[in-house]
Design a protein around this ligand. Sequence first.
Ligand code: SAH
Length: 379
Amino acid sequence: MTDLIHLPDLTAAELIDFVQSLGAPAYRGRQIFTALHARRTGDFDGITELPKAFRQQLSSRAATRSLTVEQRYISADGTRRLLLKTHDNLPVETVFIPEERRDTICFSSQSGCPLKCDFCLTAKLGLLRTLTAGEIVEQIIISLNDAYGEGVETPRGTNLVAMGAGEPMLAFDSLMKALSIMADPKGLHIVPNRVTVSTAGIVPRIYELAQIPDRPHLAISLSAPNDELRNVLMPINKRWSIAELMQACKAFEQSLKRGERFTFEYVMLDGVNDGDEHARELAALLKRHNLRAKVNLIPHNAAEGLAYLPSTPERVAAFKGILESHNIAAYVRRPRGQDIYAACGQLAAKRASNPLALTNIVARSASTQPSLASPSSIV
Ligand code: SAH
């Protein structure tokens, strides 16, 4: 694989250059691009419009896939979690979330993650490697094929969220290239306006993103209303404080389109950051900076190896109420795919270490029983 050109990593223009370097005309490049991205074809033989000899020549120089599907889990709620592996054997996870009007695919930007957020399981892996643009694009292609079948037109639109494993702002070049490949109308045609990038707060990249005309939406993982607590929960805060983060948000606000807001995500940890006083402090912080923002409250998804418990629904409701009483829009995110460890912060959980437990969950999901298994009851 390493010697082969990974075709999903190429823009249409690069693909044209590549086929021309093989002595083929430009339109062959366009045919391949459409086959790979619009039809989501996984092998050269599926690109029947190419002469057989050219297909053979291509397959000796290039690959259509670099990720392989290791396992697939399907939740009782329809969420599909794919465990993929890179050509150099590193784990990548992608979660497909069907929704009534659109589908959402949560993709990874890195294998593992270098940030050490204390409530997130992916953090325990450390950084294994930043993914390439092609590996990001391929996650989307594989995920759509898994849900609908290769070549089948998707019935709904697709939203993307860079909220899987990794810190997308530390995979900036790969991410931006992947977004431009995916936006191509001759291919997947998922435009940046359908993409949300979530960051733990890599401040210089927030300024940089604001300068990009056709940029994705931004979500900021805040999870604490003051530096003292955020330093503990999200150590990246020691590098860029809340004040610096807010300043970057203020600058980013200039780039917001009409009706666009940015999102603060707040993971709710029982007895840690979910008190009335935290809600009031958060409201004061957001008011002070007068940001066009909403808050998404994410009840903590527990997993073995994480020290926290989720806030109770009553606590979450009270917290939300306080934000709203200060005129701050707040939403509670319904966890999806919790029974298959597909929810936020659970990626990297329960891979090969306990495959039996997962088999049971898959079996249970396939049955009509709708109840979600609590993670602790599975292990
Ligand atoms: N590194 C990026 C994107 C990945 S995390 C970021 O930090 O934003 C995606 C979201 O999941 C973040 O908002 C993060 O705070 C949240 N998250 C992490 N661990 C979680 C957990 N155990 N339960 C609920 N949400 C979690």
